[in-house]
Design a protein around this ligand. Structure first.
Ligand SMILES: [Zn+2]
Length: 126
């Protein structure tokens, strides 16, 4: 495995310092002693900044939401889409593999309770 690519319905963005979001289609993967190193580069279309980031994925859960936004795009009725923003963007090594997920809190309409779900961020390997 050299690379992971994010597929529909998930969309991943790096938050640029200029407040734009830059889409991240995939990340390079390198095996490390403690887990994996994910790295990616992107160029901000608004300010031109070259972004270079790397994430260490280990057995310990880490939250990358300070600089990454993750969205799940759901088909809705007719011509509409519903977009869910994950509150957290977390990664860890699980069973030797890269496990990416996020928390998503939403209001249940039928009883007005806040429900906390975990959404697994799917990716494909190449
Ligand atoms: Zn920018």
């Amino acid at each position: 495995m050299n690379r992971i690519t994010f597929n529909s319905p998930y969309a991943i963005f790096e938050k640029c310092d200029c407040n734009m979001q830059v889409p991240i289609a995939g990340m390079k993967v390198k095996k490390e002693k403690e887990g994996y190193l994910l790295s990616y580069t992107a160029k901000c279309a608004a300010c031109g900044k070259e972004i270079a980031q790397s994430l260490h994925i280990t057995e310990e859960i880490q939250d990358f939401a300070d600089h990454i936004n993750a969205f799940k795009i759901l088909p809705a009725l007719k011509d509409e889409l519903a977009v869910v923003k994950l509150d957290t963007v977390k990664g860890k090594v699980r069973e030797g593999d890269i496990f990416l997920y996020g928390n998503y809190q939403h209001l249940r309409f039928f009883d007005n309770k806040i429900q906390d779900d975990i959404l697994v961020i799917d990716y494909s390997k190449s």
